[in-house]
Design a protein around this ligand. Sequence first.
Ligand SMILES: [Zn+2]
Length: 539
Amino acid sequence: MEKVNSVSHDKPRLVVVMVIDQMRADYLWRWQHLWQHGFKKLLEKGMVYDNVYHDHVPTFTAVGHATIFTGTSPAIHGIVANKWFDPIRKTKVYAVDDSIHKKVWGEPDDKGYSPANLRVPTVGDLLKLRNPQSKVVAISLKDRSAILSGGKKADFAFWYDFIQGQWTTSSYYAPDLPQWVKDYNQKAHAAYFVPEKWRLHPKLHHLRDKYDPSPYERSPFKEVPEFPYDIMDAISSIPGTIGSTPWGNAITLDFAKQAVKQMKLGKDSITDLLAISLSSTDIVGHYFGPRSLELLDVYVRLDSLIGNFIDFLDESIGPENYLLIITSDHGVAENWKFARDSLSIDAGLLTQDSFKIWQEELNAFIHKKILEEIIKPMPVLLQEVESKPSRSKRKRRKKYPKNVLAIMNQWVYLDRQKLGDFYDIALEAARQWLVNKPQVLNAWTRKEILLRQAPPYLIRSFDPERCGDIWFLLKPGWYEGYAETGTTHGTPYAYDQRVPVVFYGFNTQHAIYHEKKSIRFIAQHLVNLLGLSALWKVE
Ligand SMILES: [Zn+2]
């Protein structure tokens, strides 16, 4: 290892922002007695903020990353969900969709990805704007996490091709992968990183009988969610399965070390930015839930991995020369059945199929309301379109004009064009119908949001082109998911919004701050520290 200068400068040589996907605010403290390496160092030496919120909806990965790195809210940065509905083109849009650029090393018709949908610059973009020699690199198993951390001018966003088992990028950044990435892909196959079986970490053996297996979790590896798991076969056939194990974090951090070495990050006084997003915490969290031994096992191993990464930064960059920031993109809910059984709370699950039924019912209700409210029938809207006579004797279902285009991310998208003068009636009808649903606590229309007569988190999250016409808040403990076991996130409740933030390294002194903050303060802090031009925000 070459010698590094440990003299402090006025700016760090390298800023590392590490997002631990789905790390809820309580985790760092709940398991504090188990930390021996990275998390212990961060809690004992770092500047710790324990009351920070992603003060927007939905609390999803793409939204969280865009918010952390731009210091703005979805209403400004435009990343309003992982996937949203485009009411003009009547199609779903993925947060990092790009119709021009291609996946490097992919099949010719593979979709490419880019930050095209992001409306504002990231901190990395402002860094590159000040000095193009600053290097900005973003790495994650998930494409959206890497791309939205890096921003428009990043040298590279690298993510993991789950099928090919290789680190990849898109032609947005370069026509081909750098040679060092190709070399790395050749020798660092996922299977090299994992043992034959995922066994419970020895430190946790005493908890085994108490917590495993649990009725609230499911496993991607076998029927009964119980240690040990045979993972080698699954990973050998689909390398991306490594994301569902603790070693998804290991390959990400190993690749990040390669990037530091090969791209010479932090080697001179021109500040570089490395964004790393660790996805296995989220993937395992979805399968097994926040109270599982499997998730705890992931965090105990992550404690070592982060400790090891800090050692690497100390040796290669110098302890005074880098700033490490650790945070998360969102928290997570308790499994809904666990909330029922343990807390006697009326929690529950709504699937995509439930929302398809809602869409049909709401369509019919809106149609009925329009019929009731007007005197003069409008031929196109009011004509009931009967389904074609069916040969079977089954009961025919009435079909109504499709005024509800989609229900996504708790947004109802109405067909404004088709509704025309009936839009207001439809909007009121939708609200009335929604607030009568037993799973819904409240609902706000886009008119109310535009007049700022809605909760601040919702006003901050509203993009008039990408959001719908009415947004509904599910009751606490309810969520939209796809399985009875495991869990998910997305709501504005604190369990989904609140995350930890720790600053470690360059010019930091140990302290714990309890004051309430928006997650957007991280980007503002970096802009101040690095002397960058202003964030593209309005407050
Ligand atoms: Zn997630």
